[in-house]
Design a protein around this ligand. Structure first.
Ligand code: GLY
Length: 368
């Protein structure tokens, strides 16, 4: 086995800990490692359609053990969940067998949830192929499917057995997906000092100075960025696997972001881009309510602008409805919206609001 770059050490339940491997090996090596991990076991390999078309031939899994899931958040639904469970039953997978997810967040969340509930739990491996899945969704064990009532409405905390990140997948990401993943990367800069990681990366500054490397998809740069994000995320998940407290900081920008995705039927904005607008919203909110200084606010907007994110690109959105959706968020309680708000560089805190002070902060990023 290759050396793990990072280990997610779940302190409360050490048996839930697992390695993350990050490299740019050729796909033959990756296939070899996956074969080794799954030796003498039946397996179900769930592929994203795009990834299957581009790379299926390099992996050459048996057709009978492969399920190809169409791309897009819309596919993370109960019908596909049922189809995959049926496939697992047809393959006669037992609790000793294993599932492999090769794709972005949709495939990872879906495969993870199937693994969590099939026969009350079967091991699974994450092979994230988008930047967003590499830096966020493949690690931490949040698995789910969407319901008409909301995103990730039915799910489980269920950690993978291992995460294999191969940077070669990122070369063929389209611009939209690539840019989308960077929203989550920037988020880590704004929460860095709250993650309680022993190293300080000064991610905001590093990102400010590396726009060219981002543009060129420089492999060393991407590897470094993914490693920083996952060290930060692993540190948080290790302390709070089930989001009882600290882990909520990872939701910076997400309450507004999820509402935006939902109100536009998951078609108009990718998750990462919705999170970027969520970051803009929350910085507006923090400034208006004196949680952060104008200096930090400007710094945050400068960083977002460097990476090409502008506030005025949203189309008209019903603000009352968006606030209603924010109130329906899983984290809301007693009709109050829980927001993670930035206070100082790399620092955030939790704040609850009844929503009456939110509209102005939305106005500022909407062009209507
Ligand atoms: N994406 C947020 C989390 O994993 O908690």
């Amino acid at each position: 086995m290759p050396d793990a770059n990072i280990t997610v050490n779940i302190s409360e339940v050490p048996s839930h800990s697992y390695p993350i491997y990050i490299n740019s090996d050729n796909f033959k090596n990756l296939k070899f490692q996956l074969d080794e991990e799954t030796k003498n076991r039946k397996r179900l390999v769930i592929f994203s359609e795009k990834v299957y078309k581009l790379y299926g031939k390099f992996f050459n899994f048996d057709k009978s053990e492969t399920f190809v899931l169409k791309d897009g958040e819309k596919e993370k639904n109960i019908k596909n969940f049922e189809k995959i469970i049926k496939k697992a039953i047809d393959l006669k997978l037992s609790r000793k067998d294993i599932i492999i997810a090769i794709g972005g967040g949709v495939v990872g969340d879906m495969a993870g949830f199937v693994s969590a509930v099939y026969m009350r739990g079967i091991e699974f491996i994450q092979v994230p192929t988008t930047l967003l899945a590499c830096v966020d969704s493949s690690v931490g064990g949040k698995t789910a499917i969407d319901m008409p009532h909301g995103k990730n409405y039915v799910g489980a905390f269920y950690q993978p057995k291992a995460v294999y990140i191969n940077l070669n997948f990122l070369k063929t990401l389209n611009e939209k997906q690539y840019k989308s993943g960077f929203g989550e990367v920037i988020k880590y800069g704004f929460i860095e000092k709250c993650c309680n990681h022993s190293e300080y990366f000064n991610l905001i500054n590093f990102l400010k100075n590396n726009r060219d490397n981002y543009e060129n998809r420089n492999i060393e740069f991407l590897s470094h960025i993914i490693e920083i994000c996952l060290k930060l995320k692993s540190s948080v998940v290790a302390q709070d696997e089930k989001e009882k407290g600290l882990r909520q900081i990872l939701n910076l920008g997400h309450t507004f972001g999820h509402a935006l995705e939902e109100i536009t039927g998951y078609r108009r904005y990718t998750h990462g881009l919705a999170v970027v607008y969520g970051l803009m919203f929350i910085f507006n909110y923090a400034l208006k309510n004196n949680f952060c200084s104008k200096h930090y606010y400007d710094e945050a907007y400068t960083l977002l602008n460097i990476y090409g994110y502008e506030p005025s690109k949203l189309f008209f959105i019903n603000k009352t409805k968006i606030i209603k959706l924010m109130k329906a968020d899983k984290k809301s309680k007693d009709n109050l919206i829980t927001l993670i708000v930035p206070t100082e560089e790399g620092i955030v805190k939790e704040h609850k609001t009844d929503g009456s002070d939110i509209q102005l902060s939305i106005n500022y990023i909407l062009k209507d």
